[in-house]
Design a protein around this ligand. Sequence first.
Ligand code: GLN
Length: 495
Amino acid sequence: MSDTRTATDITGLSAADLAGKIAARELSSVEVTRAHLDRIAEIDGELGAFLHVGSDEALAAAQAADDAIAAGDAPSALAGVPIALKDVFTTVDAPTTCGSKILEGWVSPYDATVTAKLRAAGIPILGKTNMDEFAMGSSTENSAYQVTRNPWDTTRIPGGSGGGSAAALASYQAPLAIGTDTGGSIRQPASVTATVGVKPTYGTVSRYGLVACASSLDQGGPCGRTVLDTALLHEVIAGHDPRDSTSIDVAIPDVVGAARAGAAGDLTGVRIGVVKQLQGEGYQAGVLESFQSACKQLTDLGATIVEVDCPHFSYALGAYYLILPSEVSSNLARFDAMRYGLRVGDDGTHSADEVMALTRDAGFGPEVKRRIMIGTYALSSGYYDAFYGQAQKVRTLIAGDFAKAYQDVDVLISPTTPTTPFKLGEKVDDPLSMYLFDLCTLPVNLAGTAAMSVPSGLASDDGLPVGLQIMAPALADDRLYRIGAAYEAARGPIG
Ligand code: GLN
């Protein structure tokens, strides 16, 4: 068995260091990209992080980045540093499956805006990473293609839905990755793999070409092994996009400046709230202990910590699991056997309706079907007000809890997940216990605000990764980076 957590001289470097060396021409992007492709070839058979590896395309992009740098024309601060892309963003030169059989082999005719921004920044795309089907799940076990293993313990889940991106980072197969966070799918995998993941403010990263799960919740975001790397990537992918009607036309906060300032480690005057509802019963002792020591470190850095009451957070799970399936039932109607991917029963003996039904039955997995059915029921005539309408009211109350809390504190904190990563297979037959793993991350999506998971060490009871969640008001994403970087510096290396 190869060591899933051992890096080489090149793959062990941070994205910021790689970018510096590539810009100074101490390393070429081709060398760096090849080192990561070699690592993928060596190790990914064991981990299953990638659904598709685009070696030729990545090396061609690396060569182009090297040429631009040689000509004194570096396209961005991350030029030449390769990345892993969650398989939910469209790419013209690779399949986009969203982890679903219904899209097997489908190649998009256009690039997502996030994809286009990566290309324009000179960031070679190594490949597309595994995910729960259409981003529904918490363990990546709902992928129709393969299991992804946690590099810290290969018998355990890498989180979900973006487990492939997180596992690629934690095993040094990629220095940067992109995820999407609808209910926690960036932060939760980051937490269980000891990596950094950020869900930006809703509307600040374009959803154009991000295959929709739940449109009012979905947000793409950056993943890295350090807070600074994540900030550098955030800067590349954020910004207004007229092709996304929910994109907001505002200046993106200076997240890179905030990460650099935070690393100096002074949090004097920063007010932090601990969410009363996101701790206590049901949380693993080792997770709570790690959280307490993070609080102590933040206080030592000069921050003041108070407990904050967010009474409606207790209803977040119920509201989320009505709103998300409702939007899913509508969004996934487009997979009708006529326009994309799979078509079953098209042999001249079936009607169009039958072909559609046969295709959807064969192409969607059980969790996707479950949510389509729940959503269709919740939206059906006579039930709309009782379910969807009620959930929307709860959503407003949760946003109100945040707004009230942020009158008194700059950020809120909690553990990112109630426990460390569980065993593969442990919760596949128990959807409710799977859903409960996202208890701490859902409120932020419902409110449309920003949050980060930053590693807070290994739990004392089982030695597995724990994440600290930092939450900030809409468009105050820079606070996450300042506080995250200060905490990261104080915490020191993990494992
Ligand atoms: N695990 C949550 C769900 O299954 C979150 C998914 C996500 O953020 N994409 O819906």
